[in-house]
Design a protein around this ligand. Structure first.
Ligand SMILES: Nc1nc2c(c(=O)[nH]1)N[C@H]1C(S)=C(S)[C@@H](COP(=O)(O)O)O[C@H]1N2
Ligand SMILES: [Mo]
Length: 251
């Protein structure tokens, strides 16, 4: 009995190994990649039908806050401009809101902090397989978009960041469902303290129904666009364009 189970187990392992190898080969074949993209788009549409995208992400108690929240991706922006803003405690930093808006805005950190704020304790889930809970305080993105007079032609909100990977600045984008979600904020505080450099000072996105790579740090500019075609290589984000991460990263 045991021997038989062992045998079946090892056959399973071998078959599994072959399957994985096969998958790798299929994945690296460009023509199949296009088909997989089609499949991914269909999955995304199906997910949107079954998932209530307005639902709130779970919120936690202060006691649940993780003692360690790892810094991931870039831990700073390396430009001299950013260093100068850090040296001046971000007094010269400005957030630009432009693109398809009636009234482009340029806001200082003090101006952002004077706007209505929301505080939420949520769990961050990185696609690499770690999670951490933190409390975030910031201004709801919808207030900024309403303040700038978002155009009816806008479909996506793009976040341009101060940091870069090999010279390409980080960028991300979300659709208007996520942009107007009540838990979508531009956070300037984490666990009751000003956002640290490692976590995206002075301002980072929290879009709580999405995976970690959507949570843009070091946000400098918020741009409303009708299409993602003109952003980077057209897939809507730094990792989407460079590493085939999915644009829709709902959780
Ligand atoms: N500007 C910028 N935003 C970013 C990244 C980055 O490298 N640069 N990394 C992303 C990834 S993959 C994750 S998991 C989170 C990490 O946020 P943390 O450093 O606060 O943990 O930020 C996201 N936003
Ligand atoms: Mo991540």
């Amino acid at each position: 009995m045991i021997a038989r189970r062992k045998l079946i187990g090892s056959i399973g392992a071998v078959a599994g190994g072959l399957l994985l190898e096969g998958c790798d080969r299929i994945n690296s074949w460009p023509a199949t990649q296009g088909l997989l993209d089609l499949g991914e788009r269909a999955t995304m549409k199906a997910q949107r039908i079954v998932v209530d995208r307005g639902a709130l992400a779970p919120e936690f108690a202060m006691g649940d806050i993780s003692p360690v929240f790892r810094v991931n991706g870039n831990g700073t922006a390396r430009s001299p401009e950013y260093a100068a803003m850090v040296a001046n405690n971000f007094a010269d930093w400005r957030l630009a809101i432009d693109g398809l808006v009636a009234k482009p805005l340029s806001l200082s950190l003090a101006q952002l902090q004077a706007l209505p704020k929301r505080t939420q304790t949520t769990r961050h889930d990185c696609v690499e397989g770690w999670s951490a809970i933190a409390q975030w305080t910031g201004v709801p993105l919808r207030l900024l978009l309403q303040g700038a007079g978002l155009s009816g032609a806008a479909r996506y909100i793009v976040f341009h960041c101060a940091d870069d990977f090999g010279g390409t600045p980080y960028y991300e984008s979300i659709d208007l469902i996520d942009a107007f979600h009540p838990q979508t904020i531009l956070a300037w505080a984490m666990n009751g303290k000003p956002l640290e450099i490692g976590h995206g000072a002075p301002l980072r996105l929290r879009v709580e129904r999405a995976l970690g790579y959507k949570q843009a740090k070091y946000v400098m500019r918020i741009e409303a666009v009708a299409s993602l075609a003109g952003i980077g290589r057209g897939k809507g984000g730094y990792w989407e364009d460079s590493n085939r991460y999915q644009w829709y990263a709902g959780i």
